[in-house]
Design a protein around this ligand. Structure first.
Ligand code: ADP
Length: 178
């Protein structure tokens, strides 16, 4: 099966879709672990006009590109419309999602079934979060920054800086209490 396997590996890529508003070390951990399974991960920022975000889609893409600038196997993109259509266009092998809690599981399970009904050929891979990443959530992180707390351990520097500019303008520096 040597040649077939070799040929297949070229297209062995997964799409990791999400809002990434903003990307956290929890997301980054999923990408790093998925790189052990897939050749390429496409981090795909979902553009959803009805969802209010702190960062524009362009800002989110730029931050993620900066974070993965030294990882040639990570591509960063954005997409509109149905995820299954995007996955087909990109000829990806699978959709990658992360799971932290049973609440995540409930939501992801519903979405997975919906995607499967839209495209029975789509495969979806779910990776469990690890250790402290359990409580790294984009919305909690935004809340902490807007209240003046530090999220240094939860997001890369470029993200923390962006968050402070957007959410904590002119309110002084972030405190670090533990
Ligand atoms: P969405 O709005 O599509 O849920 P998110 O940016 O919130 O987008 O999350 C994208 C994916 O990453 C989801 O599958 C989510 O469950 C997962 N995820 C978010 N934070 C973490 C984390 N800390 N550990 C593991 N997976 C995570």
């Amino acid at each position: 099966m040597g040649t077939v396997e070799g040929a297949e590996r070229i297209t062995n890529r997964a799409i990791y879709p999400g809002s990434f508003d903003p990307i956290t070390y929890g997301h980054i951990n999923i990408v790093e672990r998925a790189l052990k399974i897939f050749d390429t991960i496409i981090v795909a920022v979902a553009i959803n006009a009805s969802k209010k975000t702190v960062f524009t889609d362009k800002e989110r893409v730029a931050m993620i590109k900066d974070i993965f600038q030294n990882e040639p196997r990570v591509e960063v993109d954005s997409f509109r419309g149905l995820l299954v259509d995007y996955v087909r266009r990109k000829r990806a092998k699978a959709i990658l999602r992360g799971i932290r809690t049973v609440t995540d599981f409930d939501y992801e399970f519903q979405m997975a079934l919906a995607n499967k009904s839209l495209d029975p050929n789509v495969e979806q891979i779910f990776m469990m979060t690890e250790g402290n990443y359990l409580y790294y959530s984009s919305s909690i992180i935004k809340e902490i920054v807007s209240l003046g707390g530090s999220v240094r351990e939860m997001v890369p520097e470029i993200v923390e800086k962006g968050l402070r500019e957007k959410l904590f303008k002119g309110k002084g520096s972030c405190s670090k209490r533990r």
